[in-house]
Ligand binder design. Sequence first.
Ligand SMILES: *[C@@H]1O[C@H](CO)[C@@H](O)[C@H](O)[C@H]1NC(C)=O
Ligand SMILES: *[C@@H]1O[C@H](CO)[C@@H](O)[C@H](O)[C@H]1NC(C)=O
Ligand SMILES: *[C@@H]1O[C@H](CO)[C@@H](O)[C@H](O)[C@H]1NC(C)=O
Ligand SMILES: *[C@@H]1O[C@H](CO)[C@@H](O)[C@H](O)[C@H]1NC(C)=O
Length: 379
Amino acid sequence: MWSISRATILSLSTISLLCLVSAKSGFGEACDQSNTHLDTNTYNLVTDCDPTTYCASNGTCAYKGCRKDIYPFGYADYAFDQLPPMCPMGQFCPDEGDQCMPQQPVGGSCQKDRDNECALADDYKNLAGFLNTNGSICLNFTCYYANVTLGQTCITDNTAYTAYLDSGAAYAFIVSRDNCANGMYCDGTALQCMKMKRRGEACSGNKECLTYNCDENAKCGKAADEPIHPGAWQYVLVALGIVILVGGVMTGLWFFHRRSRKENQIRLEQYYNEQIAYRQSIMSMSHAKNSLLSLPPNTSQDVARSSLYRDDSGWTSATNDALLPPNMRRDSSSGWSDGDAPRDRMQRADSEVLLMPNDASNRDSRYMDAPEPRGGYRG
Ligand SMILES: *[C@@H]1O[C@H](CO)[C@@H](O)[C@H](O)[C@H]1NC(C)=O
Ligand SMILES: *[C@@H]1O[C@H](CO)[C@@H](O)[C@H](O)[C@H]1NC(C)=O
Ligand SMILES: *[C@@H]1O[C@H](CO)[C@@H](O)[C@H](O)[C@H]1NC(C)=O
Ligand SMILES: *[C@@H]1O[C@H](CO)[C@@H](O)[C@H](O)[C@H]1NC(C)=O
């Protein structure tokens, strides 16, 4: 957890550093090594030189000879293969970044929180833990192994970082590190290694908890990286939500499609009725012509003429409902009897076949009293 908060603090300092970059010396410019120090809030190394250079012993800024981070700060304009090299195993790059140096044995000096400046223990794999680096730890600028066992004397290194609340108020965030072996912490007053506490036990600092989280109730809380385990009802709720959503979409689409399918069907029916009516009209005309031109032999002219106007002597579509297109069939209430006048019948039959308006009153005036063409073909 300290690494997280430290990263936050470092990023804060990065912002303030960015503001200072313009005031820093570039390559070859003068600098004073006595100005090199750790920032009191962030414990970041501060020099007179910009991020790509360090203050060399001859009093000028020189390009860095190594880097400690894979993606170091201040190299945004550089390609990855232009960066100064990382140091090989057994060596480290100091905060200044001048050159690689051999790792320090136990008791040797190291820079603030630079555990990897300390040499590995022989059994470093057993000592390695999440609060040290490969079993080595840098406390109070001195290298140690994290190998002190239960009840043995240990040393601690408390660092107070300045942290800020959302409101801007500052408070001290204390990170306490020690050289106790894994699963133990160095008690600040007894200075002895003690067993770490389980979840729910009382604590006074993160390092006392196996989860490295002493919550606001002074009890060991859950670890920062602990996965969330949703309850069974949450799975059921999510599944139900998915089913309802999918079902809703399906139903909506079905209704939508049903409506357009109905509209389409009505359109098709209208089209087919039109086509059938059209076809029947043509067939009626063709039949009428055939029946006129092929009268039975020995038919007198009067009979032939009357066949034009009489239902029983000639074919006409109007006499047969079944042959009419559906939208032109007479409904039963408007059926006509034999008592109808022949002329009227003919005209009604005509109207059916020729799709004329079936209005007796104005038909009479149109057919009977149609005005003679004026100044027509008489002279
Ligand atoms: C200062 O030292 C650096 C690193 O050793 C070197 O690169 C640079 O040329 C020196 N500058 C002068 C003025 O001697
Ligand atoms: C820690 O040990 C591993 C495995 O030997 C090695 O790859 C890694 O570089 C070591 N880390 C440091 C900081 O020395
Ligand atoms: C840190 O080390 C210095 C000597 O290097 C010593 O004087 C000082 O008491 C130590 N501080 C702690 C808190 O151990
Ligand atoms: C821890 O390592 C140091 C340095 O090797 C050694 O002197 C000390 O005895 C070790 N402590 C334990 C408890 O193994």
